[in-house]
Design a protein around this ligand. Structure first.
Ligand SMILES: Cc1cc2nc3c(=O)[nH]c(=O)nc-3n(C[C@H](O)[C@H](O)[C@H](O)COP(=O)(O)O)c2cc1C
Length: 234
């Protein structure tokens, strides 16, 4: 059989299949459908230092070959994850990778530090690219200085494998990837959603509560492939 093992710094994956954060819950919700131990890594829902309610509804709309969402990082906070979710997900025989978001370099770093000691979380994915929150989120991922400020602070307080999830809503994604690498990131993941909008012309109204949302699905794949190529070759 082909050897599908992958190594990202100290993170060892039995194969390169990983779930996209926010699309697979905490994994357990899917155990009746997928043998979870056959997945290389489960990247769980976006987690922040403090609990977040997320945005008002409607938060989702279907688009041709894709969807827009503006969930807005609804979660119960990192301490809830550590106390209530970690004991359950740590029983799954795969890598659990927590997707971490924040509204300042310090809140990212504080959340990362609280995850550092968890034996079954060998890596985190920093989300500096969420288009659906007012403070932080994507604003850090669209400039080299913003990305550097978060990665630098987190690297001081997190010593395991650090993956940084980049935003496609930029002109030059390769320079942002290089900046993350220079500040100590072990890998980058591409791409988060593309910022979009949908309008119901009959009602003359926006379809999403905060007007804009992140576009995902087959419609964005060619953009993702081009950006992976840019980052890998430049
Ligand atoms: C409903 C929904 C929630 C998401 N939540 C997060 C999240 O919490 N953190 C994150 O980094 N990305 C989040 N994403 C982005 C996905 O992880 C992924 O980057 C994006 O959907 C593009 O990939 P795809 O077109 O293969 O779905 C979310 C996407 C969707 C559709």
């Amino acid at each position: 059989m082909a050897d599908l093992n992958v190594k990202i710094s100290n993170l060892k994956l039995k194969n390169p299949v990983m779930t996209a954060s926010g699309t697979f819950g905490y994994g357990l919700e899917f155990q009746d459908f997928v043998p979870l131990n056959q997945i290389g890594g489960i990247i769980v829902k976006g987690t922040t230092l403090n609990p977040r309610q997320g945005n008002d509804y409607p938060r989702m709309v279907e688009t041709p070959k894709g969807m827009l969402n503006c969930v807005g990082l609804q979660n119960k906070g990192v301490d809830y994850f550590v106390e209530h979710i970690y004991p359950e997900v740590s029983k799954i025989d795969t890598n659990i990778i927590v997707n971490v978001s924040g509204n300042s370099p310090d809140t990212y770093a504080e959340a990362a530090e609280r995850l550092n000691g968890l034996e079954h979380v060998p890596a985190i994915e920093l989300n500096i690219s969420c288009p659906n929150v007012k403070e932080g989120g994507m604003s850090f991922g669209v400039t080299c200085s913003g990305a550097a400020s978060v990665v630098r602070e987190v690297r001081k307080r997190y010593n395991k494998t650090l993956i940084v999830k980049l935003s496609p809503n930029v002109t030059d994604i390769a320079s942002i990837a290089r900046t993350c690498e220079a500040e100590g990131a072990d890998a980058v993941s591409l791409i988060n959603t593309l910022m979009g909008m949908s309008i119901d012309i009959e009602k003359r109204a926006h379809r999403l509560s905060i007007r804009t949302g992140g576009l995902s699905g087959p419609a964005v794949k060619p953009v993702a492939v081009r950006m992976v190529y840019d980052v890998a070759t430049q």
